[in-house]
Ligand binder design. Sequence first.
Ligand code: AMP
Length: 512
Amino acid sequence: MNGNLYERLCAHADPESAFARQAGRGVITYAALRARSAQYANALLDLGVKPGDRVLVQAEKSAEAILLYLGCLRCGAVYVPLNPAYTIAEVEHYVGDAQPRVIVCSPGRVAAVLAVGQRLGVEHVVTLGGAEHAGSLAERADHCDANCPSAECDAADLAAIIYTSGTTGRAKGAMLTHGNLAANAYALKACWRFTPQDLLLHALPLFHIHGLFVAVNVTLAAGASLLVLPGFDVDAIVQNLPAASVYMGVPTHYLRLLQDRRVDHELAAQVRLFVSGSAPLLPETHAEWLSRTGHSILERYGMSETGIIASNPCGGERVAGTVGQPLPGVSVRVVDPDSGAPLPTGHPGMIEVKGPNVFVGYWRMPDRTRAEFRADGYFVTGDVGAFDARGYLRIVGRSKDLIITGGFNVYPREVEAELEAIAGVLESAVFGVPHPDFGEGVTAVVVACSALGADAVLAQLKQRLAGYKCPKRILFAAELPRNAMGKVQKSVLRGQYAQLYQPAHVPRSVQS
Ligand code: AMP
């Protein structure tokens, strides 16, 4: 059997049924999905793409971008999606690391990306975006054959590299195989009872595992349909929710929807499943959603390196504040982080995971890979959690110094490095504190040797970093709190500024 993920996911769907709808772009049937993804595969083959070559894609979200993703799988390329919000400096870093054969970017960015491509010896920079079938790659694909045999792949062949920012330096590319992604898609299809009748309202980004490998792959595995929104927008969700059977979001989505009076039992009457993940869902949000809509949100837990690890059940009890039980076939243990010894039920420790969903390592980082796997093959997630007596997992914190803001991950070291590159900044500490809308707000304390204003620092930072990584507040201090070893005590800063974004300080109405 061909282990190519495209074949595993798409070979069985009814060709006449709808795969995706997008406002202003009509319906894409599964037959059209096959034809168009074959055209993209052929267009990439024409550009000289060989199995294992990376295709780096920084495109605006659209149904067409999903067809390009499938085209990459079909020709055996390794799909490398990037957040469209990344600055050119960030793109340059990822291009240097991934060394793609082809870069696909939006037409508006082509001049700057072309310069990066030329500097780093990338053979082709092509575009996708704007109107339907627009961009040089889309036009190339229009002239290609609508049939293409999928490249023969082994389950162990690479399908994608997902960059998760590193705690040191910038990028760590998690290498996911065709087998990893197929295993997770089918485990979730069963766990969440997806059928061809499902219509998933898709408001998540496509460059992250949640929107791509969870939402899209599960939909494909079931032969179900997507309603593709360009992004999260309360009005668009309210307008389209009555047609949908499933919604997947990050906790910030649910918080924002709860601020809109139109969200009630009637609006959600046809939905069978609301899923939340990527960041902790507060039990209060879970309770408020239940009372407002009659639905108990299903919370699940996963990460780029592993796909989904654990989930609350579709049929059984969904317990607020927990991420449910490990998926079938996925083995999860909680251990003492130093000794690796298993801990008894109820004791928090390092969450470790093993299974067919777990990635094969970090791209060109063998030392880093070795450091994050135990000798018996378990991956050390960096998350701290505990199992309860029923076998439900509760995540209590992160040992890695990660901030999750609105479902996006921000690694403090990356922001600190950019802050410290600004003239006049001596040192800085970046950390997350509770934020009523984003879960955590990125916050910076800066020690400066000259009179610098927060606005001026932020303006410079915005040229270097995607908006979600930029601090919501920049505060100035004469010195940073340090321990006897000279290490900055972020826990002291987190305590000191714990109330910074609390309702007394922040207007309740939220601008998106
Ligand atoms: P990413 O690789 O961007 O998906 O981020 C993965 C990280 O998000 C995990 O290691 C967790 O720290 C966090 N995460 C994901 N889902 C949850 C959840 N339901 N509750 C708490 N943290 C979560």
